[in-house]
Design a protein around this ligand. Structure first.
Ligand SMILES: [Zn+2]
Ligand SMILES: [Zn+2]
Ligand SMILES: [Zn+2]
Length: 150
């Protein structure tokens, strides 16, 4: 059983480490400050706001090891798979081009997840400047170099 005594957002006055991810909380940064009682022990913790959100997502009072978690999520430190995913999502959302890549069958596969068949030549030769599916600038993928086996 644990009891929450204090739970408020503070502004860091003295740099310290986040109890969740062990990364630094810098002076001036907003953070969540909590004081808990675990049976007889007092526990004062400071978290990054996103780490505190992760903590709140933790199923009822499930224990975690202080400083051993990934920043802003429920994964163990170094085992996080959501961050690369999030960043990859951001990257493709921010891209202005749509890459078209031709497979062995001659079908063009687009970055935006479509497949297109062109009668002859590539999209550029056919005067296609923009992807006809997503409207972004069409970029032909460089043809992979075929390694000669011999
Ligand atoms: Zn943190
Ligand atoms: Zn994660
Ligand atoms: Zn596209």
């Amino acid at each position: 059983m644990s009891t929450l005594l204090k739970d408020r957002t503070i502004k860091i006055k003295k740099a310290r480490r986040c109890s969740w991810c062990d990364e630094m909380l810098h002076v001036g940064e907003k953070a969540q400050y909590t004081v808990m009682i675990y049976e007889v022990d007092f526990n004062a913790d400071t978290f990054h706001l996103e780490c505190y959100e992760a903590l709140c997502d933790l199923p009822n009072d499930e224990p975690y090891d202080t400083g051993s978690m990934s920043r802003g999520c429920l994964c163990l430190k170094g085992e996080c798979r959501c961050k690369p995913l999030k960043e990859a999502g951001k990257m493709s959302a921010g891209k202005k081009t749509c890459k078209w890549e031709q497979d062995d069958e001659g079908i063009w596969h687009t970055d935006c997840g479509n497949a297109h068949v062109i009668e002859a030549d590539g999209p550029e030769e056919n005067g296609m400047k923009y992807c006809c599916y997503c409207g972004k600038i069409l970029k032909e993928a460089e043809k992979p170099k075929v390694e000669e086996v011999g």
